[in-house]
Design a protein around this ligand. Structure first.
Ligand SMILES: Nc1ncnc2c1ncn2[C@@H]1O[C@H](COP(=O)(O)OP(=O)(O)O)[C@@H](O)[C@H]1O
Ligand SMILES: [Mg+2]
Length: 588
């Protein structure tokens, strides 16, 4: 385009071309079609010279029936050519979009959890849907206009030059002026479009949050403030779109006026030429038609700029994601099934953009076949500790070992294969029960799923759903109660049969009755595993082999339930508090 060859826009464009390279045979067919298309259009205009001079001025009968046949032939050829162009470009453009979407989603899934704290999921979805779509338009529709119309312009100018160099030279003087305007406009476009994309993303994010929290919004009477905030964002978007449209409209008007000026000058020079016999009537008609044909092509070329800029801006955003640093996975050590010996050695962890460490020099050992309970007030670092094991976040200092190997040295996929996880917020897919429990398996063993459901005390309610194992559970499991969702998540962890079991308040949403049953199943499941369990209710961890008590990221107490009670420290006071509240050891 008009930018310098080393600008980011140009780099993105070249990178996009590399994606298109795979489909170059389709593109060549399309380009061939474009060349034929432009050539046929030019040939048709050049037919005007013999048509006027032979058929009308000379009244030649032969030319009178030959020329119409040539016209039909030309348009047949042109029809085939434009079909080839449309097919080739659409196929290639769509293929590029498919490739971009695939690599983008795969990339997102390789990015560290910290990235997900930075970029909201709706913005990611907008990259996948919207930005790739913009690239499609730029890479097929716009490219088609650019190639066909610039060829057409070149051919037409060539024809005009051949008919009358004087006239054409006059026209060429105006070219650079138009070019300069197009360049300025293009820069403004790209900036505005960046802003629009961000504004749209922010708006979608806001709307999703507001609508998702509609009950809270209603109860806390936040409708007016939420609506006001949304309206502010919508207003800003309106202003941005207006700016974009003003830029586009004014630039295309200016270009048209310039072209009309050129036309006037050309008509003047042409009539002077004709007056001393340098231009025949047929040549004059051909020249006029060529100039008329030039205008829409010029107009399309200037307006296509916005489409290309949008596409390039979208491509830049996509490539920015594709260039993000992935989760560190340099560890060379493969690992089959681990024994499950976990050691934390003076592990500290600080979240990005946070000053205070969430974990401070925590050391402990969890042996295979034992249960380690982690307790502490909310915000004390329990979830953070657990997130370090599958390396969702990296410790800022200290080391974590699995079977004596630092986990940073273990291949990431192998490390994560050792763990089953029930996280604090249960995550379910809008899919059938069986696909949710057998997450990641393409052909699940239904009997094993059934058994896992039974262990998780979920078999009964699943049997009551219409469709049983195949019953859809709604978006985020919305058709189930909190306790039911949690039991599905537990069944999922049981099905995985991994040597390490991570339970982050996994039974917090269960009633005491089902919690007791799930607890029994978990106890059975934990016998041959290393289990880390974050417990909300202290009564559920009385039989843990060791209890770690965290406070403000520090490990302040460690021992068995009985030892810690005897010690009469933080654990004992937490325990007393729950006991006093509920009178039954904490079960709510
Ligand atoms: N993704 C995150 N980004 C930044 N800070 C976080 C993040 N998650 C948790 N924190 C902070 O880290 C501290 C420990 O949180 P967490 O481990 O979730 O506590 P717990 O599970 O014990 O309630 C808290 O101060 C919390 O605000
Ligand atoms: Mg937590």
């Amino acid at each position: 385009m008009t930018d310098a060859a080393d600008s980011p826009a140009w780099a993105a464009y070249r990178r996009l071309l590399r994606y298109a390279h795979r489909y170059r045979s389709l593109l060549w067919i399309a380009v061939l079609g474009m060349i034929i298309d432009a050539a046929c259009g030019t040939a048709f205009i050049n037919l005007m010279e013999p048509l006027v001079d032979e058929a009308f001025v000379e009244q030649n009968r032969q030319a009178g029936w030959q020329l119409p046949l040539v016209i039909v032939g030309l348009f047949l050829l042109r029809g085939v050519a434009t079909f080839a162009t449309d097919y080739g470009m659409a196929r290639a453009g769509r293929s590029v979009v498919r490739d971009l979407r695939q690599s983008l989603l795969e990339k997102y899934l390789r990015l560290p959890t910290a990235y997900f704290d930075r970029e909201p999921v709706p913005a990611m979805v907008s990259r996948l849907n919207f930005d790739t779509e913009q690239v499609a338009h730029a890479s097929s529709d716009a490219l088609k206009v650019i190639v066909t119309d610039s060829l057409y312009i070149v051919f037409l100018l060539g024809t005009m030059f051949w008919h009358s160099p004087k006239v054409t030279l006059t026209m060429l003087v105006l070219g650079p002026v138009i070019g300069a305007i197009v360049s300025v406009v293009g820069k403004r476009y790209r900036r505005l479009n960046h802003e629009i994309q961000d504004a749209v993303g922010a708006m979608a994010h806001r709307a999703e949050q507001t609508l998702g929290a509609q009950q809270e919004v209603k109860v806390y009477a936040a409708q007016a403030s939420e609506a006001g905030r949304y309206a502010g964002m919508a207003d800003r978007l309106l202003r941005l779109y207006t700016k974009v449209e003003t830029t586009r409209a004014s630039s295309s008007s200016i270009v048209q006026v310039l072209a009309a000026l050129a036309l006037a000058v050309i008509v003047y020079v042409a009539s002077a030429e004709a007056s001393h016999g340098a231009l025949s009537a047929g040549q004059f008609v051909a020249l006029m038609m060529a100039m008329m044909a030039l205008l829409p092509s010029l107009k399309r070329i200037t307006t296509v700029q916005s489409q290309v800029s949008r596409g390039i801006a979208a491509a830049q955003r996509i490539f920015a994601v594709l260039d993000e640093v992935e989760e560190a996975d340099a560890g060379p050590v493969p690992m089959q099934r681990a024994e499950g010996l976990i050691e934390f050695r003076a592990v500290s962890a600080t979240y990005p953009e946070s000053e205070r460490p969430a974990l401070h020099e925590v050391s402990f050992t969890a042996r295979p076949g034992t249960v380690t309970a982690i307790v502490g007030r909310s915000g004390s670092g329990k979830t953070t500790l657990m997130r370090l094991l599958p390396r969702f976040y990296e410790p800022s200092s200290g080391s974590i070992l699995l079977d004596g190997v630092p986990i940073a040295d273990v291949r990431l996929a192998d490390l994560r294969r050792q763990m089953a996880l029930v996280s604090q917020q249960v995550v379910l897919f809008d899919d059938a029960v069986v696909s949710n429990v057998a997450l990641g398996q393409s052909s699940p063993d239904r009997q094993a799923v059934q058994q896992a459901l039974e262990h998780a005390q979920a078999a009964d309610f699943v049997a009551e759903l219409s469709g049983g194992l195949d019953a859809p559970i709604g978006d985020k499991g919305g058709k189930l109660s909190g306790g039911q969702r949690q039991r599905l998540a537990i069944a999922r962890a049981m099905l995985k049969d991994a040597p390490i079991l991570l339970l982050d308040e996994a039974t917090a949403a269960l009633d005491p009755q089902s919690e007791r049953l799930v607890q029994q199943a978990l106890d059975r499941a934990t016998s041959e595993r290393t289990t880390l369990v974050i417990a909300h209710r202290l009564s559920t961890i009385e039989h843990a082999d060791q209890v770690l008590v965290l406070d403000q990221g520090r490990l302040v107490e460690q021992g068995t339930h009985a030892e810690l009670l005897a010690r009469d420290g933080l654990y004992a006071s937490l325990h007393r508090m729950q006991f006093r509240e509920h009178g039954d050891g904490g079960a709510e």
